[in-house]
Write a protein that binds this ligand. Structure first.
Ligand code: FAD
Ligand code: EPU
Length: 338
């Protein structure tokens, strides 16, 4: 296990910010995690667990140890009449797990195709897309407590999943290293194609008999047409969450802005499309030096060249202030600010 000093993180975050870590190490097993955590040099050193770096923004160098989680393995651990139970190491690339499931006809993750990042981060914000969130197929995860050095299993309820939320972003923030996630996948698929343009895309593909392979392909095509590829333009997907507001606050907004995009939620609130709000404030497609707001998707902030993280953070502050001023709505960042 090699511990490196003053290590550049530029190729390890999808914004391609050239921040460095005071210390950097890659771990390939639970024993290696233990070894790093028991090393006296690092007992009081701040620790950051890194997956694919696709949901964080470094606004400065990291004055601690970055632990890149590379734990691998995808295994069918059990099955019953209705379900397959598939356990994946935290360091597996998320989309590779999705493809593995599709190839084996384990149904449930197909709508989550092509989300960047690794398996270990997927429960952190309960990743979601196209009408599905991982909580719908999540069975349990194992995580290593950084201080106690014990392993704990969390079931679905323990994780307190919500929209882009889990217990690991709140009560248990920075306390655990997720080492594996087990999914409960359907033997008899229930197809979920009502969201967005999936149905239209399947029609264009000429699909007569629905299957999970086709849904995955449709989702990939839609995502590729909408979202910038981080290999070409630095970004971390949606920079902000879609805000949820009270129906009593939505009605007057709808009167003033008849085209406002809002979806009724089961709890009686309304979820607004943050991309629409930001576009209406005039930000879409704007560039400021090396940073900007993507031309096809106003929720995505981008690094066109060599921006530093604080330039992107400052842009996000200005966007939040203008949305607040025009609509009275507070945006919340989805991206983790480091
Ligand atoms: P990282 O960015 O490395 O880490 C994210 C956070 O999790 C950090 O706080 C980190 O410390 C922590 N963490 C990572 N691994 C572990 C671990 N093993 N144990 C404990 N903590 C850990 N997200 C969606 O939900 N839906 C989308 O549709 C979507 N689309 C995207 C599109 C693009 C183009 C991009 C760039 C991002 C998109 N995202 C989306 C965001 C991102 O893909 C997800 O949040 C993903 O789960 C992040 O995984 P990661 O491995 O890159 O995490
Ligand atoms: N819209 C605009 N202008 C824009 C962007 C969007 O008016 O610039 C409007 C669209 O017209 C549409 C609505 O906003 O009516 C929703 O847009 P879209 O379907 O593109 O989805 P989104 O709400 O912008 C969310 C997630 C994505 C996820 C997609 C698909 C959040 C914060 N974002 O985006 O997740 O892939 O739905 O399910 O919930 C991510 O979390 O990083 C991410 C990319």
């Amino acid at each position: 296990m090699l511990i490196q000093e003053n290590y550049s993180l530029k190729r390890l975050n999808t914004f391609h910010i050239n921040a460095s870590a005071k210390y950097f190490v890659e771990v390939n097993s639970i024993d290696e995690i233990k070894e790093v955590l028991l090393d006296k040099t690092f007992i009081n050193t701040p620790k950051l667990i890194l997956g694919g770096g696709s949901n964080l923004l470094f606004t400065k160098d990291y004055n601690g140890i970055v632990i890149k989680n590379n734990l691998k393995g995808i295994n069918l651990i059990s099955e019953d009449e209705n379900y397959y139970f598939v356990k994946a190491g935290a360091g597996e690339v998320w989309h590779n797990l999705v493809l593995h499931c599709i190839n084996n006809n384990y149904a449930g993750l197909e709508n989550l195709s092509l989300i960047p990042g690794n398996v270990g981060a997927s429960p952190m914000q309960n990743i979601g897309a196209y009408g599905v969130e991982i909580k719908d197929c999540f069975y349990e995860l194992e995580a290593f407590h950084i201080n106690d050095k014990t392993i704990r299993t969390f079931n679905n309820a323990d994780c307190k999943f919500g929209y882009r939320e889990s217990i690991f972003k709140h009560e248990l923030k920075n306390q655990y290293i997720i080492t594996s996630v087990t999914f409960k996948l359907n033997k008899k698929p229930t197809y979920n194609i009502s969201y967005g343009a999936i149905e239209k895309e399947l029609e264009l593909m000429g699909i007569k008999e629905l299957n999970i392979q086709a849904i995955s392909k449709a989702v990939c095509t839609i995502r590729n047409s909408k979202l910038p590829n981080p290999d070409e333009i630095g970004n971390a997907g949606s920079f902000f969450k879609n805000p949820e507001i009270n129906k009593s606050n939505f009605d007057p907004l709808k009167k003033e802005f008849p085209n406002i995009v809002g979806y009724d939620l089961e709890n009686g609130n309304v979820k607004l499309a943050a991309g629409w709000l930001i576009e209406q404030c005039g930000w879409k497609g704007k560039t400021f030096g090396d940073v900007g707001v993507h031309k096809n998707q106003a929720l995505v902030l981008v690094n066109y060249a060599d921006a530093n993280g604080s330039e992107l953070f400052d842009l996000s502050e200005k966007i939040m202030a203008s949305v607040k001023e025009k609509f009275g709505v507070e945006l919340e960042r989805e991206v983790n600010i480091i």
